[in-house]
Design a binder for this molecule. Structure first.
Ligand SMILES: Cc1ncc(COP(=O)(O)O)c(C=O)c1O
Length: 392
């Protein structure tokens, strides 16, 4: 039994359900708790530590930049920030040519919503059922979940929701008052559901026909997670606005909004004290360097395919379906996933839920084949053992 440091539980406002282990150290795809127990990490800080924990290139870059300049307000141009913006534009889908830097995923969505409102003079936004875009008021308004939304009404007006992957419903929902359609290419929190190519093609056309902007939320799918630098590459889609965060700076808080030439903004329209601070920008540059040199996109594609192929070879009876794109893996069970997550944790593997029945794996992309095999072995052992769980 772990003895957990209870100070945090006592002091925090209590919005997180504790998983009952205090994590104190990480290296690559491994984590250690305060009792010295080792875990294979299949959470990566919820899709953040794509280049692994304590990556020495990142650690060095942060230390060096901290010695030079940590903070620099947006009113003063900065060398590292300029390099960061240049690199973001270089690696992102064609057409995206300007950047706003912020500090998180939700903030990236908030800024995107402001930019499309300002550009179009419209306030209607269409997003998809089962989608997740964050918990601040605008992002929450785009996240159609009763559990997340109901306690906080009234929400921001103008939002409507459509079933994912259904072209006709999207066609009906978008009109000449629509500022934007906001979509994930693979719904992460919703349970790892990928968009169909025809749906994304249609979304592009529907937006074009109505003068609406297409915002793609790659906060979870970006930065090699799905086997490409961005999931947009799988679909050949060039959005008007791209929202990024999570893996962007290896764990240093950062978000980014990339926009194409259609998007208008003006002095004073938006801003952020910490957004684009040189420390995060240096962390971003180091992180991207590792991703490119170590070909982490290709690695994510190979490791994800390999894991799922092996899992499906002898699919355990509790498994209803397995969905994955790269190292974004959703294992849908016929029963609630929580007891299995707990058992996995006891066996030294940290994984995530997505909805009530999906076990989600988002390991650091530097995880080894042997570590992924170990995760599979432990998962199969747990699925074979008697685990009490109510049918979903
Ligand atoms: C697709 C997507 N969008 C937005 C967010 C919100 O990001 P943050 O928690 O950094 O605000 C998340 C977080 O899980 C996400 O997965």
């Amino acid at each position: 039994m772990n003895s957990v440091d209870t100070r945090e539980t006592e002091l925090s406002v209590g919005v997180y359900k504790s998983r009952g282990v205090s994590l104190v150290r990480g290296e690559g795809a491994l984590l250690w708790d305060d009792q010295g127990k080792q875990y294979i990490d299949c959470t990566a800080g919820i899709g953040v530590a794509n280049i692994g924990h304590a990556n020495p290139v990142l650690v060095n870059a942060i230390a060096e930049q901290a010695k030079r300049l940590i903070t620099c307000a947006g009113i003063f141009p900065n060398d590292v920030r300029a390099e960061c913006m240049e690199k973001l534009v270089e690696i992102s889908p064609a057409g995206l040519e300007r950047v706003f830097l912020c500090n998180s995923g939700a903030e990236s969505i908030e800024g995107a919503l402001k930019f499309v409102r300002q550009t179009t003079g419209r306030n209607k936004v269409v997003s998809a059922n089962r989608g997740f875009h964050g918990r601040t008021m605008g992002a929450l308004s785009a996240t159609p979940s009763k559990k997340y939304q109901d306690p906080f009404s009234p929400l921001v007006p103008g939002f409507s929701y459509v079933p994912y992957n259904q072209v006709e419903a999207l066609k009906k929902a978008v009109d000449e008052n629509t500022a934007a359609v906001l979509l994930e290419l693979v719904q992460g929190e919703g349970g790892v559901y990928a968009a169909e190519q025809s749906y994304i093609d249609a979304a592009v056309e529907i937006c074009k026909a109505n003068g609406a902007m297409l915002i793609i939320d790659e906060i979870q799918t970006g930065f090699c997670r799905t086997g490409k630098m961005f999931a947009c590459e799988h679909y050949g889609v060039e959005p008007d606005v791209l929202c990024l965060a999570k893996g962007i700076a290896g764990g240093v808080p950062m978000g980014a909004i990339l926009v194409n030439g259609k998007i208008e903004s003006s002095v004073g329209a938006h801003g952020s004290t910490f957004g684009g601070n040189p420390l995060a920008c240096a962390a971003f540059l180091a992180t991207i360097g590792v991703m490119e040199r170590e070909q982490l996109a290709e690695r994510a594609a190979e490791l994800g395919d390999r894991f799922v192929r092996k899992l499906l070879k002898d699919k355990p009876p509790q498994v209803r379906a397995v969905r994955h794109v790269g190292l974004m893996i959703g294992i849908e069970l016929k029963v609630r996933s929580t007891p299995y997550l707990q058992k996995l944790q006891d066996q030294g593997v940290l994984a995530l839920p997505a909805g009530t029945t999906v076990l989600r794996l988002l390991p650091p992309l530097v995880i080894s084949e042997a570590q992924m095999d170990e995760v599979l072995d432990r998962l199969l052992t747990i699925l074979e053992s008697e685990t009490e769980s109510a049918p979903a």
